[in-house]
Design a protein around this ligand. Sequence first.
Ligand SMILES: [Zn+2]
Length: 116
Amino acid sequence: MAACDEGYRCEICGEPVTNLLESSLYVRYVLGEVPLHALFSAPERHLRCDLELARYIVHEKFTPPAQVGPLSNSPLPPEEQRQREQRVTAAWVRLREVVHARIPLTEYPLASEQKP
Ligand SMILES: [Zn+2]
């Protein structure tokens, strides 16, 4: 994406990532885990190839990756797992919204964690 017509290639499957909405990098950016300046230099991945992230998206419109490979991280404790799912799912939902709202890239990230 960014300025390159060919798009960036997924570092896992090697296919181009043609759509912001299939980019795990952008979900991580919305999450605040990737800073803006790293967006254009960090390795790109399809969301469907990035199981470490995709497995936390719990949404009726999200089709989880069919392939379940070995995961490098051990499972989180149930409470942390639940919080991570809420946060990553919220980021994914927000990315869908902001792409259609055409707001500036700098306004994509979620507000920081809100304490109950
Ligand atoms: Zn891929």
